[in-house]
Design a protein around this ligand. Structure first.
Ligand code: 3PG
Length: 211
């Protein structure tokens, strides 16, 4: 069975989703699956996150669904209870990371500095999020961090889109990129699931061309 990180690598892109209303969870999941990225990081920035994860996993059990913007261990529990298979945190929070490791929940903490990467490495993590990627030096920063920390891979997120995706994926220490460009809030609110599907397909094809 593939690890979560191996699945990320197969997809090349992990859509980062903010759902205001859980009624959008099933049509959104369908659009992502049809577009070729059967995967989502559902962020705990809204009240609808837990229910959205549950609906996605129940409607499409084959889909890889995780939780993002996890800021407390209670949110990690709520996410896992709903069916989340991985946890992403924006920064390196030792309490959440240790909690997930202890419970055997795959966790991808945000690490932007050598000190944060060092803490992840010390705990045996093999893949970390690099967020916010573009604002904190982008690919050049990841390459610099990869020199001393060549045992860890990165999932850059923040400011990535169809225009710069291939540049990131060309570097072999990058497992996949996270991003919201194919699942923007206005598209979800408008119910523009066909457009989401098109943008997802474009992202999936760009990623596939790099594998
Ligand atoms: C995240 O939480 O990972 C980011 O909000 C996604 O960044 P993006 O919206 O720039 O893709």
């Amino acid at each position: 069975m593939s690890t979560i990180s191996e699945k990320f690598a197969q997809f090349g892109v992990v859509p980062v989703v903010v759902l205001e209303d859980a009624k959008d969870a099933a049509p959104l999941a369908e659009a992502l699956i049809k577009g070729g990225l059967p995967c989502a990081e559902v962020t705990f920035r809204t009240e609808a996150a837990q229910e959205s994860i549950r609906i996605m996993k129940e409607s499409y059990p084959e889909m890889l669904v995780g939780a993002g913007t996890v800021l407390t261990t209670a949110q990690a529990d709520a996410a896992v209870e709903a069916g989340a298979e991985f946890i992403v945190t924006p920064g390196f929070d030792p309490e959440i990371v240790d909690y997930c490791i202890e419970k055997g929940i795959p966790v991808f903490p945000g690490c932007i500095t050598p000190s944060e990467v060092a803490q992840a490495v010390k705990r045996g993590l093999k893949t970390v999020k690099f967020f916010p990627a573009e604002q904190f030096g982008g690919l050049a920063a990841i390459k610099a961090l990869s020199a001393p920390y060549n045992m860890v891979k990165f999932m850059p997120t923040g400011g990535i889109n169809a225009g710069n995706l291939k540049e990131y994926l060309a570097f072999d220490r990058i497992v996949c990129c996270g991003g919201s460009w194919m699942v923007k809030g206005d598209l979800i609110r408008e119910g523009a699931f066909d457009r989401i599907c098109e943008l997802t397909r474009e992202a999936a094809q760009l990623a596939a061309s790099m594998r």
